[in-house]
Design a protein around this ligand. Structure first.
Ligand code: NI
Length: 167
């Protein structure tokens, strides 16, 4: 396993749309293992392949306290979304920025597991929000795009300044 570099907003590669995974093979399983290691190391509760510059529909999530409940979503599709909830979100690609976003409260997601088997999951609360945040990444969308233009410009300026300092 190895740690993968995470793209930072406003890197244009974060805007790419991910391709569907045709076959869940060893290569995909290795990508998932590397993504999980990268997410835990960061640390974060979710990571989409887009964020590590791999443009395939693969997402890892672990919202558990003990970080021992890895969930893998290959080719996730949100089929139903109900209700709405507001919550503070952050993103490993937008470090240090936390903003309130409105999302559906419950979602039904269809996906493939690590064996390539089709699964359907009904999720609510934090897991539902996380699934929406990560599937957005696969569509080239970041949570900051739900914010006003003014806020987005401020965030860009803040991250550019930080990049200069750490470069
Ligand atoms: Ni994110």
């Amino acid at each position: 396993m190895s740690l993968l570099p995470i793209l930072r907003y406003p890197d244009q590669r974060l805007a790419k749309k991910a391709q569907a995974v045709a076959v869940v093979d060893e290569k995909i399983r290795r990508l998932v293992a590397d993504m999980a290691e990268t997410m835990y190391e960061a640390p974060g509760i979710g990571l989409a392949a887009t964020q590590v510059d791999v443009h395939l529909q693969v997402v890892v999530i672990d919202i558990s306290e003990d970080k021992n409940e890895l969930r893998v979503f290959i080719n996730p599709k949100i089929e139903e979304a109900e209700g709405s909830c507001e919550g503070e979100e952050g993103c490993l690609s937008v470090p240090g920025v936390y903003e309130t976003v409105t999302r559906a409260e419950r979602v039904t997601v269809r996906f493939q597991d690590l064996d390539g088997k089709e699964q359907v999951l009904k999720a609510e609360g934090l897991l539902a929000v996380c699934i929406q945040h990560e599937t957005d990444h696969l569509n080239g969308k970041l949570f900051v795009q739900y914010l006003s233009q003014l806020k987005q410009s401020r965030i860009k300026a803040k991250l550019a300044k930080k990049a200069r300092i750490t470069a």
